[in-house]
Design a protein around this ligand. Structure first.
Ligand code: MN
Length: 310
């Protein structure tokens, strides 16, 4: 006899995963939603820090000196504040709310980030996208997107950051099938967002309190759903902001250590040694900040994690 609860038509449930809170110094708090012991990746999204909100005293702010990356794209989305990016390709770019900085590390790039402007405010989402094997040894690149497509959805202003959603397509160049949408509401709002059933998805709340298919979501945790969902109901009773990410489950093993995404301990150790010896990554021109040395990677016993199942 056929069951009324046909597994094929039951959408994947949302699973709540706590973010890891950390203080980066000077009261600069972050909530690391990816990776955590409960969830390593969502599609090729392999890192998600919710930074701030914090207001630094005048003349101070976020100051991250030159440091290297390999094997990933950094994806910066500002909620509040202004940050100056400089990199070893010679780019200098201020990023403001509503804009995206996408830096593709490929085989190696170095950059610095420093608060600018008068407000002292820093509130941002910093994400990394793991590059597939075919692209991860490629040339480094940096692209600033000053405007992303926006859709209005039931009181939410939805900015399509990556991939396609709500009838809009982001211009951000990706190497895996991904989606990223910021949904900000100045007050009560409610909408249905269609989801790609081949994707796994996650939601974090950047501001206020929201409801995801009826379940409350506040800053500090992530809701994850395995592939199979065709949509999600998002709502809030007062001002709130949500970040929706998703993608096809990343099917390559990953080894993440410090600012590197690779596949083997040997490769990571070489990247750390190259940075500390001043090889491969170049220098970041114009920055007043001191370069950040890689921690000792000697004898890294880490092994690449196999792709997550389910
Ligand atoms: Mn960085």
């Amino acid at each position: 006899m056929a069951s009324t609860a046909d597994p094929a038509s039951t959408p994947s449930a949302w699973q709540r995963v706590a973010a890891r809170r950390a203080d980066l110094g000077g009261g600069f708090g972050i909530a690391r939603a990816l990776p955590t012991s409960g969830r390593r990746t969502v599609g090729a999204w392999c890192f998600l820090d919710h930074a701030g909100p914090v207001r630094f005293p005048p003349g101070r702010g976020m100051q991250v000196g030159p440091h290297p990356h390999i094997g990933l794209q950094t994806f910066t989305w500002m909620v509040e504040g202004e940050v100056l990016h400089r990199d070893s390709l010679g780019n200098q770019q201020v990023i403001r709310p509503g804009e995206v900085n996408l830096m593709s590390a490929g085989r190696g790039i170095a950059h610095s980030e420093e608060s600018v402007g008068d407000s002292g405010a820093v509130h941002a989402a910093q994400l990394w996208i793991a590059l597939p094997d075919a692209q991860r040894h490629g040339d480094p690149a940096f692209v600033h997107h000053a405007a992303l497509p926006v859709a209005q959805a039931g009181g939410f202003r939805a900015t399509v950051l990556a991939g396609a959603a709500l009838g809009a397509v982001s211009p951000v160049q990706l190497f895996s099938e991904l989606v990223g949408v910021d949904l900000a509401a100045p007050g009560a709002a409610r909408t249905h967002v269609a989801l790609e059933p081949r994707f796994e998805h996650a939601l974090v709340c950047l501001r206020g309190t929201a409801r995801v298919d009826g379940a409350p979501l506040e800053p500090g945790s992530l809701l994850y759903a395995a592939p199979g969902r065709i949509g999600v109901e998002l709502a809030c009773d007062a001002a709130a902001q949500l970040l929706l990410i998703g993608g096809t489950p990343f099917d390559e093993p990953l080894l993440m250590w410090w600012n590197f995404v690779g596949r083997s301990a040997d490769e990571i150790e070489r990247a750390a040694a190259d940075w500390n010896a001043g090889r491969r990554f170049g220098e970041v021109p114009g920055t007043p900040l001191a370069r950040i040395a890689a921690p000792d990677a000697g004898g890294l016993k880490l092994k690449a994690r196999p792709p997550a199942k389910g």
